[in-house]
Each structure stands twice: as C-alpha cells, then as structure tokens.
Design a protein. Sequence first.
Length: 511
Amino acid sequence: MSDTDSRQTTQQPPHKPKFTFPSALTVLAVVTIAVWLLAFLVPSGQYDRNASGAPIQGTYHRVDSGQSFVDRLNDLFLAPVNGLYGVQDEKTGQVGPDLAGELYGSAGVFLFVLAIGAFITVVFATGALDRGIGRLAHRLRDRGALLIAGIMVVFSVLGTVEGFAEETLGFYGLIVPLMLALGYDRMVAVGTIILGAGIGVLCSTVNPFATGVASSAADISLGDGIVLRFVMWVVLTAVTVAYVIRYARRVQRNPERSITGFLPGDRDNNQEDVPESAEEPRLTGLHKAVLITMGLVFAFMIFSVVPWASALTGDADAKPYGFELGWSFPQLAALFLCAAVLIGLVARMGEQKLSSMIIQGAADFISPALVIVLARGVTVIMNNSKITDTVLHSIEGIVKGTSSGVFAIIVFVVNLPLAFLIPSTSGHATLAMPILAPLADFAGVSRAVVVTAWQAASGWMNLWVPTTAVTIGGVALAKVGYDKYLRFVWPLLALLFLMICGFVAFGAVFT
C-alpha cells in the first residue's frame, strides 16, 4: 500500500461544528441592534395618558421623534447603561444617564438579583438543603408514591418562591439510583426532578426572577395577583404529581411499558432490596437552624410584598392595612443581603468563607442580572425613538373587541414563541412586559393577569424546549433520550396548556 493510500485510509472526514443555540445575552444583543434598525422604519407615535401614566385607548397619534442620526447612535451605544440607571425626563419622556426625573433603568432589580444569588449560594454552602432533601428521600424510600410526591412538592415550593431550576441538576446522582431501586425507570427520576421544579416556576407566586421582574416591568406590586397564582400552583402541582405517579406505578407493575427501557444494571435491585441498614442523612442542629431561617426569610418576603387589604377584600383600591409593609425591590435586595449574612452566622461559616460565598453568589447571578439590563436597554431605544406606542397600537388592533378571557389567552399564546427565542425569564419579562401590560388597561383586565399569563407561557415552554440547561442537562445526566422525554411529557403539556388557558381566562374575568 502506498503512503498516499495509507493517508487516505486513515484520514477522517472533518466534523462539522454542531450548532448551539446562542446565550440569552447574545440573543438580546442581536435584538438590541435589530430594534435600533427597525426604529428607522417604524413611524413614531404616542398615546395621550391619564393621571396614572396609563395610555388612553383611541388617542394614538403620529409625532416626530426629534432624533438625529447621532442621537440614535448615542442611544444604541448607551443602551446597556440606560438599561441599568437611565433616568426619564418628566417633560420630554426621553431616557438618559444624566437627565433629571424618575429612574427608568432596572438598577433596583439588578441589585435584587445579585442579592438573591448571594443568599442562595450561602444556603447551599451550608449543605442543609441537600441534606434535608436526602433525609426526605431516605425516610420515604419504601413508599414510592409518597416519595415522588414529597420530592416534587419540595421542588415545586422552591420553584414558586425562588425560581429553583438549575439547582436541581445536582440531585440526579441521588434520585436516579433511588428510583431504580424502588422498581421504577430513569424517566420517573427525570419527571420527578424536571417537572417538580418546573411546575413551581410555571406557577411562580413570588419568584423574583419571573414574577418579580415582570411585576416591576408592568409597574405593579409583586403581590398583585398572588391569590390566583397560588390557586393555580396548588392545582397544577397536584395534576403534575399525579401524572408522574401514574406513570411510575405503570412501570413498576409492568416494566415492559417503560418508555426508556433499562440500562445494564438498572434492574439489579428492586423495591425489596433497598437496604434497611443504609445510614440516614443526619440533620444536625446547625442544618435545622439554617432550614428554619431560610423558611422564615421567604415567609417574611411574601408577607412584606402582599397587598393584604386588596387580597383579603378583593378591592384593588382598598386602603392598605396598618401592618402592610408594601416593600419593593430596594427593600428586598437589602433583606436578602442581610439574610445571607444571617445564614452565614447561623452556620458559623467565619468571615472569610461568608465573604467569599456572598461574592461568588453575586458573580454566579451576574448573567441573569445583565440580561435584565440589556432587555431594559431595548425598551429605552424604543422609548427614545417613540415607537413603543406604535407597536402597542398595532397589537391593540389585534385584541380590540375581544372579551377579557380571550384577551388573557391571547397574551399567553403570543408569549410562547418569545419564550423559545429568549429562554431567560428575566430577559423575556423585561422585554415584553412594557408592551403587554398597557394592553391590559385597554381590555379592562388587571395587569397582574398579564403577568400570570406571561410567566405561565415562559414556564410551559421551559418544561420541554431544548434551549434550557435544566431540560437538556437533566435528560443527559439521567441517561434518557430527549426524544423519549418528549414522548413522556407531551400529554401532560397538552393538559397543562388547556388548564392554563382556563386559569388566565378566569382571572381576567373575575379579578
């Protein structure tokens, strides 16, 4: 064989680079440039506004933006800066970093996300949350259905109050072997983890990264609409838990009906072989103190943001009770910074470790914080070029004349493709809510319903789209094919879709 033949035999064809979906930061950077270019083509216009600043239906008219090319170029250049701390001039409505007026940028939300990141990182550093879930799994190991329900409810609670999602990736090493030992397949573990946390995020009650950011962008309180969201969370969580348990029991009775099948070694243990002598993860007094403190912090956060008078009386204009705090993002950012320090003191971390954990937590959450800033920068470009009201006017024509229930469903459906393009809930909320929230005023619907419809769309998509690390990373860690996961989850997705439409329509009509 000649050298040439040898080279031809051993030479491998070049591998084509695999396409990966760009990050949320990249997507928003592209969106920023695209919106800036579109602003040259979309005519400028605005609505007349009432005393509260809401647009008045039927008053849209064309205006001159008054911007030169240099002004527009400056807006593009300063978009991230304006997205953080841009100030809106009361007379002209223009936004800039050196103007006088009200803060238009998202500095408050930006700091809040960093504070929440610091708090969550300090909690995980104590090992208390991991140990608590491990203890729950051990105690319920011989009661499979109760174990599945217990883990899913814990994950759902964490999802609805603080957006617990990516953190679930650390639990596959514990839950997959446990489910296999109980006679289930790997898909049961995937459903327990992904759907447990995912349904909590979908029905976020006070999740700062979804409900919080969206409420801020919609200019309403974090507590507005919490009753509807809580009822929705209870019902949808129950349905999702029942769905996973139903599949788990089917596989346990008849392993041949498993969607995933079993890998070598998966069936070596069964429910009777779960070792009774296995040591139970022990909760020390320190762990208990950390978990109790964490629970109290989130309970206080909920108390501080809920408009109790409106929630209890059903009157949106009810006079606040004397005990209401009415806190917003500045106070909540301070709360979680103080809570991070408190957790560190309770866990006796020491000054050096506590400081490093707070810094690491803020660093880990800088990406979603920057996404919020970039998304807000896009709205600044639209505001300064006076095309926001033009876009709003075009959508007004689509929903005009629809009933309030139909309007809420349309908001949910419209947000589905947006959630695919922008998988970051924070970025999606900041970008879409300034357009969607005023539509609620036209339809005579509470802005809180728009927030609920938006977050439901984002959460529903993130249960299955391949652009989320939670889904793709989860099926990879569990060694389950993504196509098999879609086969498992699609009936639940269809059911959730119909139930969400019912909830948002009900909320639009009766709240």
